[in-house]
Each structure stands twice: as C-alpha cells, then as structure tokens.
Write a protein that binds this ligand. Structure first.
Ligand code: FEO
Length: 402
C-alpha cells in the first residue's frame, strides 16, 4: 500500500521509513528509526528528487507509481549520491527507461563507481544552472562536503522549496507526521536532529557555514525546507536555521555541564556524582552525567555540541586513558569539535596518569579548548578530606561560565 504526503501543490513526499535498521551507516544507533525522504514534482514534466536506501525501495517504488498515476517519470534529480539516497537509482531507471538523470559531474562519477549504468541519460549541472519542468524553474546550488563532495541542493524558485539534501535532516522515522510543525520538535526531535548533524556532518562545519551563507541570500524566498531525512520545514524556519548556524560554528546551545566518567569499580563514578551535586548546590543545575562505557559515543558527541562545559573523569588504564574515554576524545577530534571548557578528574590506584594524558590531548590535539587548572586527582577513591578540592573544582567551573 502506498504511503505518501502532499508537501504543497503538485509536490509529494514519496519517501519511506526504516524502523528495522539498528545502526545508521552501521555505526550510529537509531532506536527511533530513520526516514529516507524523496519528493516527486508533478509539473508539465515529472521530476523525482533523490531516491531511498535499498532497504526501503519497495515502499518507495509503490509511492512513486501511485503519484505518477501512469505518467512517465521525465527526470530524476540526484542531490546526494550516498547510498542511503542513491541505492535505488538503478531500480528507478530500469522501471523508467524514459527518465533522464540530472546531477553533478562528481555524482555521475560516483554512480559509475557504484556500478550504475547511466550512459546516455545524464544531464550534468553545476552551481547556478537552472532547469524548467514547466511552471517550476529550479536552480542548483553546490553544497560540497554537506555531506560528500558531490552534494548539491536544489531550489525551486516557483514555490520556494529548498531540497536541502542531508542538511536540515534528522534521525527518526516519520510517524505519519511529515512537517516539523506537526510534531513537538523540541521535545521529540531536537536531540536526534543534533545527534544526526553533529555525528554525520559535524566535521564539516565551515562547509555548512558556506551553504548557510548561500541560503542567506535567498532566505526571504525559502518557504519549505525538504531534507533527505526527518521532518519537512514550512514554519519557523529560522528556529532550525539558527540551530544549524550554532552547531556548524561549534558554539554551545546552552551553558551547562556534562560529566563523562570512566569508572571500573564505581569510585570514579562516585566522584562524578559528588561533583554534580556540588554544582547543583552552587546553582548550576543544568548538569548531565554519562557513563562513557554505557553511552554510545554519538550521544556523547551530540551532548558535547549542546553544552558549554565538559568534565572528563577517568581512571588510568594500562598507564593510559581508559580506552572508551580515549575513543570519545578521538571522536571529538575527528568531528572538529572546539570551543568548550573542560574540567579533569583523574583516578589511579598505583600510577595515576589519565589526567595528564587527557589534558595533553585536549590542549594539543583539539582546537580552541580551555582546560581548567583546577583538577581533582584521586588515589583509588574520593575521600571526605578532598571536599575542599571538590569545591574548588565546582567553583572553577562556575567561574568560567559567562
Ligand atoms: Fe543521508 Fe550523506 O546521506
């Protein structure tokens, strides 16, 4: 059975949801699933914008055929060639020998690399080119590294729809609601939208900034943002654009403290709890604790983008940083995370090294990070005589907030 939504006059969402996939890109947990969005324009010519992952192809094809209602599919516009959107291209082309594919030179190269035969069916476009489907005239805008080098976004100048590719996407399957104004976005979607953006495209903040700058030039003309994942935006666009602006500039959304602890027997965890209580007593109640061993790093990264301050509390392991904590630090580096303030709590029963090593990593491997001088050093456990040190650490964190 088809399952489609009308976006606006003669434009339909024909994508599909996947609630069976447990790991997006086989790495990021998606307990709420994911949607692969595709859109079909039924102008004088018909044009399909992007396809879906192979896992959702059957539903997608049914949706496309329903909206086409026997008409030919004249064009397939490919904004992004990552297989979560491009995997079904070949199937569409097999079923529709009449279809011409509109995309960038790099995307056509990737299609060939992935083994798709598009010879004789290519319409190559570049930044600034326009194309008419009848009433609708679209213009193509390069969006390199948002999220792959071939990516572009397409703007329909007739109805103000921006097909934004991976930009403005989110993890989470669509439960019938297509539009962001049909859900409680802040409560139910924002965390997954942040986790999606920061983990998938976080490394390419400057490229997102470039795209935002281009969008800024036509902001008054954009009426809809149609991403390749998650809800479509037709109201309050600036709310989400502002979030993207913050995330891609690596600016925290909120003043707050996340305490990430690596604890083998509960003693470092106890110190983390004690510090959290001190912070709250002193008035900073926006505090979250995370056990690094039991929290997927994609959630830690997302929270690190959200909050201004991070306390790393780690045992020493094999004379080094606890491996899972080290992995979190490496992920911060890979994603270009910057502009955060750190506190350090170290623990070691016989050779305490983790504090020095974490400080060196933050100062030498990451950009524009502030590491507070105040540091808590534990020998096996935090004892009551360390209460002044705990206070000093909490005070230093609060003093560094503005
Ligand atoms: Fe949703 Fe970069 O693909």
């Amino acid at each position: 059975m088809y399952s489609v939504r009308k976006v606006t006059k003669d434009l339909y969402w024909v994508g599909a949801n996947d609630r069976r996939l447990t790991l997006f890109e086989n790495i990021h947990p998606i307990p709420r699933g994911v949607s692969y969005n595709s859109y079909l324009l039924t102008d004088e010519k018909t044009a399909l914008f992007d396809t879906v992952d192979w896992s959702a192809c059957r539903q997608f094809l049914e949706n496309v055929e329903h909206v086409l209602d026997g008409r030919p599919l004249d064009y397939l516009v490919i904004n992004h060639m990552e297989p979560d959107h491009g995997a079904s291209i070949e199937e569409v082309l097999l079923r529709h020998p009449e279809t011409m594919v509109i995309s960038t030179e790099k995307a056509f190269m990737l299609m060939r690399q992935f083994g798709f035969d598009v010879s004789g069916r290519m319409i190559e476009v570049k930044e600034g080119d326009t194309y008419s489907f009848g009433k609708h005239v679209v213009t193509f805008v390069a969006a390199p590294m948002v999220h792959w080098p071939e990516a572009m976004v397409t703007f329909d100048t007739t109805n103000g729809v921006l097909f934004s590719a991976d930009a403005f996407g989110s993890f989470g399957a669509l439960d019938g609601q297509l539009f962001a104004d049909e859900v409680n976005f802040d409560r139910d979607w924002l965390d997954d939208a942040r986790r999606y953006l920061t983990n998938i495209v976080g490394k390419y903040g400057p490229h997102i900034q470039l795209l935002l700058k281009k969008a800024g030039g036509i902001l008054d003309q954009i009426k809809f943002i149609c991403p390749l994942h998650g809800p479509v935006w037709r109201k309050d666009l600036m709310y989400f654009i502002d979030k993207y602006d913050k995330w891609s500039r690596y600016e925290p959304e909120e003043q707050g403290v996340m305490i990430v602890y690596a604890s083998m027997y509960g003693n470092t965890e106890a110190a983390a709890n004690a510090l959290a209580a001190r912070l709250c007593e002193k008035g900073m109640t926006n505090v979250r604790l995370y056990d690094v061993s039991n929290t997927h790093v994609s959630y830690l990264i997302s929270e690190t983008f959200r909050l201004s301050h991070v306390v790393l509390a780690s045992v020493t392991y094999n004379l080094g940083i606890y491996p899972v904590m080290h992995n979190y630090l490496m992920d911060m580096k890979a994603l270009n995370l910057q502009k955060r303030t750190f506190g350090i709590v170290e623990n070691g029963s016989w050779a305490c090294k983790s504090g020095t090593l974490m400080r060196e990593f933050l100062e030498n491997e990451l950009k524009d990070m502030t590491v507070l001088d105040a540091q808590l050093s534990l020998q096996s456990a935090l004892h009551s005589d360390a209460a002044p040190d705990l206070d000093a650490m909490a005070d230093a964190i609060l003093a560094s907030m503005h």
